[in-house]
Design a protein around this ligand. Sequence first.
Ligand SMILES: C[S@@+](CC[C@H](N)C(=O)[O-])C[C@H]1O[C@@H](n2cnc3c(N)ncnc32)[C@H](O)[C@@H]1O
Length: 176
Amino acid sequence: MCGCDDCLGPEQEITPEAAYALLHSLGLPAGWQLFDLGSGLGKLVVQVHLDPKLAAARAVGVELAATRHAAAVQALAGLTQLVSAGELAQPTGTIELIQGDMLKTVFDVAPGTYVVVYLGSLCFDEEFMTRLGKVVAAERCVQTVLTLQTFPDGLTGFSLVRTVKADMTWLKDEPV
Ligand SMILES: C[S@@+](CC[C@H](N)C(=O)[O-])C[C@H]1O[C@@H](n2cnc3c(N)ncnc32)[C@H](O)[C@@H]1O
């Protein structure tokens, strides 16, 4: 875990509407991929996978907690059945739910792939954010980082483009 008590508490998620607005506003190129590090119940990953308007080629969720990962896998199985039954549109991209430590994420993407990293990081402590910043900054494929919390030592090679307010499930209008 990231080292905070909140990780064991209630889920803290960006709302689907806020996630769509945020991602849509980025004007992402064709073939873009999402890596949600600390994907919890997988809601953001699944949303991105299923929304044809977002047109992600791949949505990857990395979650350490076995119970949350299992719940995400189960939810995805249910949605896959709805797709098979024709009740949901067939996604064009792929989805992967991985149980593991985000600090060991393997960004196995082809050269030139545009990667967006999302960090629902509000509960991550300073030491964890520092380590995570080093991991993310070391990945040349990562083009955009969306984080609820800034990095104590900054993010080498990146500059802050903007701060936006987004609705979260526990509060309205949190900075992202
Ligand atoms: C606030 S939740 C994020 C939920 C999700 N990103 C969303 O927006 O729907 C943060 C998640 O990070 C997970 N987490 C904490 N430390 C982690 C680590 N080292 N590797 C992977 N996941 C971790 C927690 O278990 C928790 O589910």
